[in-house]
Design a protein around this ligand. Sequence first.
Ligand code: NAD
Ligand code: LMR
Length: 376
Amino acid sequence: RIAAHLNPPNFELRREECRAKGGAPGFKVAILGAAGGIGQSLALLMKMNPLVSVLHLYDVVNSPGVTADISHMDTTAVVMFFLQVKEGENITMLNLLYECMHGLTLSYYCGVFIFQVRGFLGQPQLEAALTGMDLVVIPAGVPRKPGMTRDDLFNINAGIVRTLCEGVAKCCPNAVVNLISNPVNSTVPIAAEVFKKAGTYNPKRLLGVTTLDVTRANTFVGEVLGLDPKMVDVPVVGGHAGVTILPLLSQVKPPCSFTPEETEYLTKRIQDGGTEVVQAKAGAGSATLSMAYAAAKFADACLRGLKGDAGVVECAFVASEVTELPFFASKVRLGRAGAEEVYQLGPLNEYERIGLEKAKKELAESIQKGTNFIKK
Ligand code: NAD
Ligand code: LMR
């Protein structure tokens, strides 16, 4: 019975209708830098996310191959119900099932939205890749080699992020942007300035991805406490480079205490987690697999927020009034508007207060450098 009503006309329109009524949202997601180390694994994970129905894979090289490959995964056909509801009529999913079971005259369409993966190659296709997107995830840019800091990537990655964000401002100014490209402490301010210049800046929709710092912190703390890392929640605040990565070990859940030696060991290990991977890869790049996992987790949280789920909270580097700095990473509540609420840091111990001062000093310089790149 349902099959008879498959694929009604004006499918795009009906998708919006369905979404407005709280049905399967079928979000459109673009990954910029999709053929890279992070991009490929992230594309795979996003293809497995039931909240996504359209995935655009953009890169300056190799995106057609990655797209062909990913598109053969038989994951997720989003089933959508399009109710023909009269003004003021309130039809719930229960009504719908009842009608279905009792063979009543059906006043809705059902559509099975087949997941679409599309590839886009090179600058001329950037606008097509971005048009209509709900979420844009950006892992484009060069990674570190041993001996480099994240700031050493600035000269190349700043220009890449500028170009991509100009595209976002033009083609999907309301999209939520997840910025992964390093140095995040500077690329987020760059993106903000690009959006301001274009008149599209919405601070709630621009988020620097710091989730990997949190997954590392949960893992390392879990090891020390002998706990499943999934049970552990460590807030990591500040930014995403060296001393700007500030784990708040006094606020770990479940509540626990650490010796000064454990605190020193864990803080350093979390701050140096990226360098640990860069050195182990010995010139072949930086974290890609754990980063794709972290990026997919964060993107999923953003999509759940956009869908209207309550209580979605993650750490992210966002426009902030938590400190005197214009950007800062802390816990944020994700909702339909993006980062709807930025949480205060909560009580810090003496060790964390000293760490916070060091973090702010370095962050201030990195933020200024990013801002100046566009302003001057
Ligand atoms: P990679 O070199 O494997 O992939 C980068 C991809 O970006 C490549 O496919 C490249 O072709 C593409 N690219 C380059 N210029 C582009 C442009 N103008 N438009 C679109 N795509 C472009 O690197 P990776 O390991 O995937 O890392 C990517 C970035 O993510 C690096 O800057 C790295 O430092 C950063 N990173 C951030 C975090 C974090 O926690 N935020 C974690 C890991 C890596
Ligand atoms: C990370 O934390 O792994 C990334 O920022 C990549 C890097 O250069 O360390």
